[in-house]
Design a protein around this ligand. Structure first.
Ligand code: MG
Ligand code: ZN
Length: 225
């Protein structure tokens, strides 16, 4: 019986996620669900993205955390539309929370929306939010065993960012092992290696965001004509 209940919740979530996806498409907004463990650097990556892209691509951010508006305040400092969702005890965002958040954005004026999920490598993988793609951050201090321990999450994310590569001399993290693990779980996936602190590798991330947003817009135009 318990399994049936869980399946029903996921089914309801999937229906709401589909509605979100349709709304994003209608408004021409490309949506990226950004996930990681707590402390891997999601908000910092978004700050760096804002520094580089704010004048070029109109984007907004939904922040998911159990408590505080700390991350929304950090993003808001860049004059970017941002909304904080506090989930209380909830360990992931769901499609309904995202739907409710959308009324606070002028979607017509946005080309891109980042959803920073609650820091957690487990259940955010189960809840479709209506995003177009998922990006996973893994930071080197977390250890090189994470892809093998959390394969469901890694399998769902076509882009994996290894962050804090500047710390590899100080932490036990074998980059070759991690690359091999990720490729084994998702052979088609893309791996970016960067450091938000030193700026190393950030160019590739910025270019990826730029190209993926452009490609989404082009696909929309092609299907409309
Ligand atoms: Mg954060
Ligand atoms: Zn959860």
């Amino acid at each position: 019986m318990e399994i049936k209940v869980v399946q029903n919740i996921l089914k309801a979530n999937d229906a709401l996620a589909a509605a979100n996806r349709k709304q994003f498409r209608d408004k021409g907004v490309f949506v990226i669900d950004l996930m990681s463990s707590p402390g891997a650097g999601k908000t910092t990556l978004l700050e760096k993205t804002a520094e580089r892209l704010a004048g070029e691509i109109a984007f907004g951010v939904i922040e998911g955390d159990l408590a505080t508006a700390a991350d929304a305040e950090r993003i808001g400092a860049y004059q970017i539309p941002v909304l904080q969702i506090n989930t209380g005890k909830g360990c992931h965002l769901d499609a309904n929370q995202v739907q409710n958040a959308l009324q606070y954005f002028d979607l017509d004026s946005l080309d891109l929306l980042f959803i920073e999920n609650v820091g957690n490598l487990v259940c955010p993988a189960e809840f479709d939010l209506g995003q177009h793609t998922k990006v996973l951050l893994l930071s080197t201090p977390e250890g090189d065993d994470k892809p093998d321990k959390y394969p469901v999450m890694f399998r769902q994310c076509p882009t994996v960012i290894i962050n804090k590569v500047d710390l590899t001399p100080y932490v036990p993290f074998n980059l070759d092992k991690v690359r091999a693990s990720i490729r084994r779980i998702q052979p088609e996936g893309r791996i970016l290696e960067l450091s938000c602190q030193t700026g190393q590798g950030l160019d590739a991330w910025i270019e990826l965001v730029r190209q993926e947003t452009k490609r989404f817009k082009a696909e929309l135009q092609a299907s409309a004509s």
